[in-house]
Unconditional design. Structure first.
Length: 291
């Protein structure tokens, strides 16, 4: 059986490693060209792994380039994995592998179709999330489900810790599906569209902290967009941006220690404990946070 894999992030690389741990192989790996999305959250380069395992690499700009379809067809690929890739596969590409295209989404589908699944799980205060292995179709995260792994979301969960859990769940799902994939024993289950929810994409600018926010909102925001994401931020003055990686809610207006800062919000004080200071070139940005 012949397999191909499309990825450009750590989650996908972890899955490729697990395929080989299971005794499997890949006939082709497709990834972004080296100079594209260099600052993309979680972006990795898969060259070393592919060279070690003697896997052919195809580097592209867009998943729907004709060469992608041509290589899948020419190599008679039976299953294509697309994991950790933001571009939507065209119907033509979805039909290229003989058996189908498999993907993973870091929610318990049909909940949370769309983007930014890890930040949204924290922002929404979920107690449980997960990862779904499913068959891709022409919709967005709407294909039949093969397996799911549930993940508990702790009260102080951060994007960093949840990303690690999501990564491990990807590995477990590859481990669960591999033998059934080889033996053509997959049992797809259609999604219940009546239970579907959609989560919108988030941009770096959505990490802006505003004075009218509550301390709980800011606390969730900081935890939701910390590493590997761009981080929450505020303007200390017109030329100084503070990028917040870690903090906590404090009960009183205490004097910051060890270089920490505090933010006065609509209903309390938030202590900024780990942060970076960025000097801005433009003086046109006005401060939006009371110090």
């Amino acid at each position: 059986m012949k397999f191909a894999f499309i990825t450009c992030v750590e989650l996908g690389l972890a899955c490729m490693r697990e395929i080989y741990h299971c005794g499997g192989h890949l006939d082709l790996v497709i990834t972004l060209k080296d100079d594209i999305a260099v600052n993309k959250s979680g972006r990795v380069w898969i060259d070393d792994f592919c060279h070690k395992e003697n896997i052919d690499i195809l580097k592209i700009t867009n998943i729907n380039e004709p060469i992608v379809f041509d290589e899948i067809k020419r190599r008679e690929i039976e299953y294509l994995f697309i994991i950790g890739w933001s571009q939507i596969a065209s119907p033509l590409l979805l039909r290229a592998p003989k058996q189908g295209v498999l993907g993973m989404h870091p929610t318990l589908l049909p909940e949370g179709r769309g983007r930014a699944a890890i930040p949204w799980a924290i922002l929404k205060g979920l107690k449980e999330t997960g990862v779904t292995l499913f068959i891709l179709n022409e919709g967005v995260d709407t294909g039949p489900i093969l397996y799911q792994e549930k993940i508990s979301v702790e009260p102080r969960e951060t994007a960093t810790t949840l990303y690690e859990k999501i990564n491990y769940a990807h590995i477990l799902l590859i481990r669960r599906v591999w033998e059934n994939l080889l033996n053509n024993q997959l049992v797809p289950i259609e999604q219940d569209n009546s239970k579907a929810t959609e989560w919108p994409a988030r941009m770096p600018a959505d990490g802006l902290i505003r004075t009218e926010m509550t301390v709980e909102h800011v606390d969730r925001l900081v935890r939701a967009v910390t590493h590997p994401y761009p981080g929450a931020f505020y303007y200390e003055d017109p030329q100084t941006l503070i990028r917040v990686w870690q903090g906590s809610i404090v009960s009183s207006d205490v004097k910051p220690s060890s270089g920490a800062k505090f933010l006065r919000l609509s209903d309390g004080i938030y202590l900024v404990e780990v942060y970076d200071t960025e000097r801005l070139h433009s003086a046109s940005i006005k401060s939006n946070i009371s110090k």
